[in-house]
Design a binder for this molecule. Structure first.
Ligand code: PMP
Length: 311
């Protein structure tokens, strides 16, 4: 991880090395936190954060599902993200807001514990590697099942939920695969350890619907809208593992992973196909501000000056 100068912590900018918590922090013991993963890209008009308000709204919803008061509005946190990018001097970075029950009582109940809110930012390249973006990655269907909706609300991007993801991706990595795909207890395809999953069959794009124990991914939503705009048919429905093995194409997507082809799943070769590459390129054009059509998703720290034609 590349260290940067400042971290925003409970309303103040502190030096990277001083952003510390006590070992008695509730969130450390019980995974009682929520977080976000956001990317800012360098564009022709300066640094733009992609769908910043949507990410922060999900952050607020995640906190609500854990009964947690953030104490800052979406608009306030949006300002902090821009401020942090400025002070850390990062034209391109990953932003990690996190809120967790802090130091107070160590009973399991979080009632009465303070809530700490932190935002970090640092440069982070392709999550599944540059080569993964071009040539695709291998994935293994995990022996670990996705957490059901009545176990922990999977709609919350909650820190504790990621123990499930951590077990799955570690198992996959140890077995020589780059990522894991988790199924629900009923056997439906859920998502990757940190990505949503899409398959393409006979020209139609499929992805698990939101009730299938998945995180409502912002990249998933972006890809669906871009794909439909490009004239593709997108169907959100339950998928089973055979749909993965028989796919013409498959890919994973997420803020960190962007659009990464799934080259092989459980040793079944799928390859990298044209629809995936078309969507990948449209996605990268969108986040890098090269697409007029989706300009509304880019949140610039400083709004670009109007061009002579617009003025
Ligand atoms: N599923 C899981 C389990 C994730 O951790 C992520 C990453 N946040 C995603 C899907 C993709 O979400 P997004 O596109 O909003 O980053």
């Amino acid at each position: 991880m590349r260290e940067t100068e400042k971290i925003w912590m409970n309303g103040e900018l502190v030096a990277w090395d001083d952003a510390r918590v006590h070992v008695g922090t509730h969130g450390l013991h019980y995974g009682s936190g929520v977080f976000e993963g956001i990317r800012a890209y360098e564009t022709e008009n300066g640094t733009a954060v992609f769908r910043l308000s949507d990410h922060l709204k999900r952050f607020e919803n995640s906190a609500k599902l854990l009964g947690m008061e953030l104490g800052y509005s979406v608009e306030e946190l949006r300002g902090v993200c821009h401020q942090l990018i400025g002070v850390n001097g990062l034209p391109e970075c990953y932003l990690r807001p996190i809120a967790f029950y802090g130091y107070g009582e160590l009973g399991v109940s979080a009632v009465g514990n303070p809530v700490d809110v932190v935002i970090m930012s640092w440069p982070w390249g392709a999550y599944l590697g540059e080569e993964g973006l071009k040539k695709g990655i291998s994935a293994k269907i995990s022996s670990w099942q996705r957490i059901g909706p009545n176990v922990i609300p999977h709609v919350a991007k909650a820190t504790g939920v990621y123990l499930n993801s951590m077990l799955a991706v570690t198992e996959a990595n140890r077995a020589g695969y780059q990522e894991a795909i988790l199924l629900t207890a009923e056997g439906y395809v859920a998502d990757g350890s940190g990505e949503n999953v899409f398959v393409i069959k006979d020209g139609v794009i499929y992805t698990p619907d939101l009730s299938t124990s998945i995180l409502p991914g912002i990249t998933r939503d972006t890809v669906i809208q871009i794909a439909q705009d490009l004239g593709h048919r997108v169907v959100e429905k339950s998928l089973i593992r055979s749909d993965l093995y028989l796919a013409d194409e498959a890919f994973m997507c997420g803020t960190a992973a962007e659009v990464t082809p799934l080259r092989e799943i459980d040793d079944v070769t799928i390859g990298v196909g044209p629809v995936t590459l078309e969507l990948q390129s449209a996605y990268l054009d969108t986040v890098r501000g090269r697409s007029e059509r989706w300009a509304q998703w880019l949140d610039y720290a400083e709004q670009p000056e109007p061009t002579a034609a617009e003025a």
